[in-house]
Write a protein that binds this ligand. Structure first.
Ligand code: HEM
Length: 194
């Protein structure tokens, strides 16, 4: 499964590369590039968050082994999204970048999500799990929920007209996080009380 999922996760990037080389990025190619990379970063994050509920619903233990790869793909797409904004949109002009961050709150929210993703990606190796210890590592990796919330909020805040697409992502995120909350509740006793 891993090579297949790896290839599938690369398809949006391959398509972007192909479209870029064939003049297929539309009238505003920079905006299209940044938005498409952002979309895929968020989608990958949601798919990574869907792994645990899927495993619990289906009993397919092997799905769990895809989670790290999906999370790293979310990080990779977010990294490309941010790099495209800094390099292609802002031309590495750090003064303008600073002013944009100060002016647009949605960028600050996106940055917060990105900082969390950096922390998660850099501690995703087996060596880091050992070094941090399972309990601390799991606690740190719970911040993926905050990354999901911040990234969805970043999307919602930047949209000016049609808020349905970001709301759709927020509903999916709410279902994925709600599932975890329900699972964490104590099991009801035979009398029906929790
Ligand atoms: C330093 C961090 C980040 C910066 C500077 C940033 C910047 C931006 C900018 C400038 C846009 C709007 C582009 C436009 O106006 O056309 C945007 C949109 C977006 N970003 Fe980010 N972003 C960051 C982090 C993230 C992260 C971590 C995610 C997801 C995991 C993400 C997902 C999105 C999405 C989904 C959109 C909307 C795409 C659409 O309109 O379809 N961003 N971001």
């Amino acid at each position: 499964m891993k090579p297949l999922v790896f290839t599938l996760c690369l398809l949006p990037l391959a398509w972007l590369g192909w479209a870029g080389m064939n003049d297929g990025l539309g009238a505003n190619p920079i905006e299209f590039l940044i938005r498409t990379l952002g979309d895929w970063a968020l989608r990958m994050l949601l798919v990574a968050l869907a792994v645990t509920p899927m495993r619990q619903l289906t009993g397919w233990g092997w799905i769990g082994r895809l989670r790290r790869m999906l999370g790293l793909f979310a990080f990779a797409y977010a990294l490309l999204h941010v790099a495209a904004w800094i390099g292609v949109d802002q031309f590495l002009d750090w003064g303008t970048i600073g002013r944009e961050i100060a002016k647009r709150r949605y960028i600050l929210v996106g940055m917060s999500a990105f900082v969390i993703l950096i922390a998660l990606a850099s501690t995703s190796t087996n060596g880091m799990i050992r070094r941090l210890g399972g309990r601390r590592w799991r606690l740190l990796h719970k911040s993926v929920y905050a990354a999901g919330i911040l990234a969805s909020l970043h999307y919602l805040m930047m949209v000016k007209v049609d808020i349905r697409p970001p709301l759709g992502h927020i509903v999916i995120l709410a279902l994925l996080l709600g599932w975890r909350v329900i699972k964490a509740l104590p099991a009801p006793t035979p009398s029906g009380r929790r």
